[in-house]
Design a protein around this ligand. Structure first.
Ligand code: ADP
Ligand code: ASP
Ligand code: MG
Length: 457
């Protein structure tokens, strides 16, 4: 039987009922062996970050109380599965380690990136042990595999970059075990650096763990199990009537995720693209085997109506940095590098005779400090911008797309229009508070009619 990697996200392992559904999916999808990547229980990563913040601010009692409620929640789920006794020993040592890290943070009044990664890894490790115990109890040949022994990275804490060749060598011995029918359960999101310390791949990075394992093990398919019916035509939080997309190209998925569609981590497309493995996004909460609720993503582009749009994505919390034409371009380049090094993501770098505009998503205190000082240099910082992107293979080779698609909005404040790195996306800047109105309108104008036409065809 073909080898597969299955990844279960936070809500897919967030309760006893969800975990039982995940176990049934594993039974159905890889009865004769496969690799399962597990995220932390939903909300766990945020809770650990909160505890770290409390500790750094000197409030160790509140940090410990946060960990205690995390422990209660985990034990409640394990109890609901009748697995508490099986899991108690590994969990006790993991919670002890977490408390030890918090005490260190409290003593230094500072969260070092290395410590943060070590603490966050505990969330994924707790859930992987629980899933493994459950799969074992349900009759599968389940065994825990430590992701840090497999996902080798460059060591950049918080957003580590994977080393595919080293990962391939590290997982070589797992292949035989999978072929012998073992269901190997491992943590998502985490890896290790060249010095052996724990690294993380960035928030939402478990998807990337799954596709890295898929690439390294040459599997036939990588499946991302989540809480929606696959990739949709928009974020359902803003557009409740968004439609599932049955098939899409890797380029479309890459553009959507780069422009903010949280359903897939941006790093997860490159490994499956390199290995030419299909990536499936499916809903854990649907009946096992239901084909209706999944998206299949492959390298080949499905045919699209020329000029048509497949999906709309957006990214909030952006800052626009305006440098005057007198400012040397090298200053803009240097500033971009400084911000990226401090944890910012760059979305656009527009240089022209009227000056340079840098669009970034600043993250963390180091970025905030850089931005706070730019006024002195005469660099204007505008906050609360967002990027909206229309995506679809149908936009390839349609040079009039910007004019046509944005014409109904021409009187509104749109900050800048540009094509994404690929010719299949059209992105533009808007003030962030416009998103709840603009995204549904764009969706209903350009995507919904096509979806409805398809349904009635
Ligand atoms: P998981 O915990 O399973 O990794 P995530 O919360 O990371 O799940 O991603 C799934 C969520 O992504 C959905 O619940 C939905 O709110 C959001 N999302 C944003 N854009 C899209 C989109 N285009 N298609 C599907 N989901 C989207
Ligand atoms: N648990 C991590 C996060 O919340 C990774 C993931 O869910 O993919 O970001
Ligand atoms: Mg996710």
């Amino acid at each position: 039987m073909a080898l597969k990697v299955l990844k279960f996200g936070g809500t897919s392992v967030g309760s006893a009922a969800a975990l039982l559904r995940a176990a049934a999916i594993v039974q159905a999808e890889v009865p004769a062996g496969g690799l399962v990547v597990v995220s932390a229980l939903s909300g766990t990563t945020d809770a650990i970050l909160r505890a770290l913040r409390f500790a750094a601010e000197g409030d160790l009692p509140e940090a410990k109380a946060t960990v205690q409620s995390l422990r209660n929640r985990h034990e409640g789920v394990a109890h609901g599965l009748n697995l508490l006794a099986d899991i108690e020993a590994p969990w006790t040592s993991l919670f002890r380690r977490l408390l030890g890290l918090l005490e260190g943070v409290g003593a230094l009044c500072e969260v070092r990136p290395k410590t943060k990664d070590a603490a966050l890894a505990i969330g994924e490790t707790l859930s992987a042990h629980l899933a493994c115990a459950l799969f074992h109890r349900e009759g599968l040949k389940a065994a825990f595999v430590e992701a840090r022994d497999c996902i080798h990275t460059d060591g950049l804490h918080g957003s580590a970059r994977p080393r595919p060749a080293s990962i391939r060598a590290a997982v070589a011995t797992l292949k035989g075990r999978l072929q012998c029918g073992e269901v190997l359960v491992t943590q998502g999101f985490i890896g290790s650096g060249p010095d052996g310390s724990t690294t993380t791949l960035g928030r939402g990075g478990s998807d990337t763990s799954a596709s890295l394992f898929g690439e390294a093990l040459d599997v036939a398919e990588v499946q991302i199990w989540t809480d929606v019916d696959g990739v949709l035509s928009a974020d359902p939080c803003l557009v409740p009537e968004a439609q599932p997309i049955v098939r899409m190209s890797i380029a479309e998925a890459q553009a959507l995720s780069s422009f903010g569609a949280k359903v897939l981590h941006t790093g997860c497309l490159a490994p499956v693209a390199r290995a030419r493995i299909p990536l499936v996004v499916a809903n854990t909460h649907r009946a096992v085997g239901s084909e209706a609720s999944r998206t299949t993503i492959t390298a080949e582009a499905p045919w699209r109506e020329p000029g048509s749009v497949l999906s709309v994505a957006y990214k909030e919390g952006l800052a626009l940095l305006r440098l005057s034409p007198e400012e040397d371009l090298s200053r803009a380049i240097q500033l971009e590098a400084e911000l990226r090094e401090a944890g910012a993501t760059r979305f656009a770098f527009l240089a022209g005779p009227e000056g340079t505009v840098l669009v970034v998503r600043p993250e963390g205190p180091r970025c905030a400090a850089i931005l706070a000082n730019l006024g002195e240099e005469g660099i204007k910082v505008e906050r609360d911008w967002a990027l909206v992107a229309l995506v679809g293979e149908g936009l390839r080779a349609t040079p009039d797309a910007a004019l046509r698609l944005l014409a109904p909005f021409q009187l509104e404040r749109i900050g800048g229009v540009f094509s994404g790195a690929s010719p299949i996306s059209l992105a533009f800047l808007v003030p962030q508070d416009r998103l709840p109105d603009l995204v549904p309108r764009l969706h209903n104008l350009w995507i919904a009619p096509l979806a409805l036409a398809k349904e009635s065809a």
